[in-house]
Design a binder for this molecule. Structure first.
Ligand SMILES: Nc1ncnc2c1ncn2[C@@H]1O[C@H](COP(=O)(O)OP(=O)(O)OP(=O)(O)O)[C@@H](O)[C@H]1O
Ligand SMILES: C[C@@](O)(CCO)CC(=O)[O-]
Ligand SMILES: [Mg+2]
Length: 385
């Protein structure tokens, strides 16, 4: 039997970075998915094979070798999400180094550490073939790391003793609330390995889907009543969330008072965002007034992100280009490159959007739209293999 789990990416509508320091963010899932498939092999077939399709890397460890390095941890402990210690990360790095990780892709190694941690903690030492593929650009602000950790945790838990699913179900099915909570907690432990200091907003929105508000580790569902449309532009400038989050923390400790004001202002923006999208538009006039307010909030949020040091020339280029069309934009996710959101109000014509996309394309950027606010993580079982 093969188990497949898919988890969506996300956009942060307001409050990235501030949320790491306990201030509110508003985020929504998007209908682009990361998909993990796991097929257990027979016990005498002593290997765990991992294929990372998006980054073109393959790994193959013998279960004996993994046991040698990690069995002192006493796994599996699937019902007890546990943090990976620095000591254990060193052991995981040994297992990865033995597979000659290419130097040019070394920034991606933490995803493989997260894999090994979640795999052995949830399933123990079982031989399996594992593959992952994603519709999300990796490391571009759309929550690829969270979708990776959520879909992996979901597929592993589906094979563990901690979750009892009906494996005869056909097609995609969802977890109940308690199971989804467990998936989310394990995914957060994976995110910690990749991000260093994640707030938990990305794994929560990937697990539960829809639109959420998030503050100090607590998620609140937001019932959006607005038809939100965003153009997502990938600047294709590579960046690393861990480094950007660390830079913001350093700036905060250098300028605590100034940064406190910036973070409070961002929280006010997030709160206003959630109030506006929950309100019911009584007519078109009301809707377009609200769209205008959201555009202004995006511009203000972007200005504050610039002051935190996480914008980038490529992001500024997208902002200026969209401004020519009187459209508001902000970076989404960790910034430093990656993706930018541009609000597409309901009155805007397809022709204008096409022109903007073409102009952005002339800089080498790639723009697309995605469905906003769909389901969170889902699972399916295939008995044919
Ligand atoms: N499909 C994938 N295959 C392999 N590794 C992945 C995949 N998706 C994510 N990763 C891991 O996640 C890391 C990227 O995470 P990072 O947090 O920097 O970016 P992001 O999650 O896309 O953006 P943000 O956190 O701003 O939303 C990669 O370096 C890799 O380790
Ligand atoms: C930059 C950040 O706020 C969002 C990344 O999508 C980091 C986090 O919340 O973990
Ligand atoms: Mg991430």
């Amino acid at each position: 039997m093969e188990v497949t789990a898919r988890a969506p990416g996300k956009i942060i509508l307001a409050g990235e970075h501030a949320v790491v320091h306990g201030y509110t963010a508003v985020a929504s899932s998007i209908d682009l998915y990361t998909v993990f498939s796991i097929r257990l092999r027979s016990e005498d077939d002593d290997t765990v094979k991992l294929t990372l399709n998006d980054i073109g890397l393959d790994f193959s460890w013998s279960v004996r070798r993994i046991k040698e390095v990690l069995s002192h941890l006493g796994s599996p402990f699937s019902s007890t999400p546990t943090s990976c210690s620095l000591e254990t990360i060193k052991s995981l790095a040994t297992l990865v180094d033995e597979q000659s990780f290419p130097e040019t892709k070394i920034g991606l190694a933490s995803g493989v550490y997260a894999f090994l941690w979640l795999y052995t903690s949830i399933l123990g030492f079982k031989p399996a073939t594992v593959t992952v593929s994603s519709e999300l650009p990796v490391g571009a602000g759309l929550g690829s790391s969270a979708a990776y950790c959520v879909s992996l945790s979901a597929a592993l838990l589906a094979l563990s003793d901690s979750v009892k699913l009906d494996v005869s179900q056909k097609g995609w099915s969802t977890f109940n609330e308690t199971e989804a909570e467990l998936v989310n907690k394990w995914a957060f432990e994976g995110e910690k390995i990749i991000h260093g200091r994640p707030s938990g907003v990305d794994n929560s929105v990937s697990t539960f889907g829809n639109v959420i508000k998030f503050k100090s580790g607590v998620m609140t569902r937001v019932n959006s009543n607005m038809p939100l449309r965003m153009l997502i532009t990938n600047t294709k400038v590579g960046r690393d969330t861990k480094a950007l989050v660390a830079n913001v923390s350093a700036r905060k400790s250098r300028h605590p008072d100034a940064m406190c004001s910036v973070l409070n202002a961002i929280e006010a923006i997030s709160d206003e965002w959630s109030t506006i999208i929950q309100s019911h538009a009584v007519d078109d006039l009301y809707l377009s007034a609200n769209e205008e307010k959201l555009g202004e909030l995006m511009e203000m949020n972007q200005g504050l992100l610039l002051s935190m040091g996480v914008s980038h020339a490529s992001i500024e280029n997208v902002l200026q280009t969209s401004m020519k069309y009187k459209l508001a934009s902000k970076l989404t996710g960790a910034g430093g490159g990656g993706c930018v959101l541009t609000l597409l109000p309901t009155h805007i014509s397809g022709e204008v959007i096409d022109k903007l996309v073409e102009e952005l394309g002339s800089f080498g950027f790639q723009s697309f739209t995605a469905g906003i606010g769909g389901k969170g993580v889902q699972i399916s079982f295939d008995h044919s293999s």
